[in-house]
Design a protein around this ligand. Sequence first.
Ligand code: PMV
Length: 346
Amino acid sequence: MQHSIQSNTTWKTPSNIAIVKYWGKRDVQEPVNPSISFSLSEATTTTKVTASPSEKGGFTFLFDGKEQGSFDKKIRKFLELAQVRLPLIKDHFLKIESSNTFPHSTGIASSASAMSALAFCLADLQHQITPENPLDISEVSSVARLGSGSAARSVYGGWNLWGRLTEIPESSDHYAVPVPVSVDPVFQKFHDDILIVKSEKKPVSSSAGHALMNHHPYRNGRIKQAHDNTLNLIKYLETGNLEGFIEMAESEALSLHALMMSSTPSYTLLQPNSLLLIEKIREFRKTKDIPVSFTMDAGPNIHLLYPDEYQKEISGWQEKELQPLCEKSRIIRDNVGNGPQKIINS
Ligand code: PMV
């Protein structure tokens, strides 16, 4: 029997942007294919969890200080799955207070930062109750995965891999690991400027999209493509191969949306301005010979990717050509981040 505590903890964790996309799952949130992402620096969630002894368990969720019923179902499901690993969930009432630095449900992976922050808070509280069990980051990743697959990759800074490949013995379907190479400096200070095309809640959730992969006609081809791309991206990251990276990042993003467009039922999350932005990015790259590229998440927004050394040349063009195509001229400027942080004295 574990003892109970009255305690709280606060963690700030990043969202991440995948270059090789996770799309489709099996069993309990295990991916059908491996994926690689980098953690962001500015797009973060900060979550405080206050645990109070309670025989019945239970929770309340406040987002930006207000009760947000729309998230309750997802959190309840997560807590049910996580309580096997974190028994404190069963005999504590949890007050969960969260805020984001960016709009949720826009295709920016808000569930990645939200679920990784919650997983860190709960694992930390569990560690306070049972200090003999260390706060193990791969275990936090594995718990975060139960809330949202992409959250498994948001427990570290830099570039991370989730999903088992026989070629990489340390890889796992249960938790993410840092990419197993030393990343070339060009990819260590890499930018992701998120061009907000539409910030409304997207019409088809990622969970619904993953489910449509179960009987997708291109399922096997996609799994092979992601597998090959993962192994190649690791090489590109190690050798600083920007050309290979650009080709792959864009093909992965467009493949993700092509899978949505070819599911049954089919759907599209792209907006006319998403395509206009893609055209402008490709044209600028070609005419100026600047290694700028894009990726997309499951949403209409475009993530503009480029190495730090081109920031100056890109910023004038971005302001003139890209910003007018963004909703309310909105751009979230981000880059590779250092990963989760425990907030002391919150
Ligand atoms: O973690 P989920 O279930 O929200 O899925 C996210 C899937 C993508 O963002 C589209 C790709 C990825 O690997 O993050």
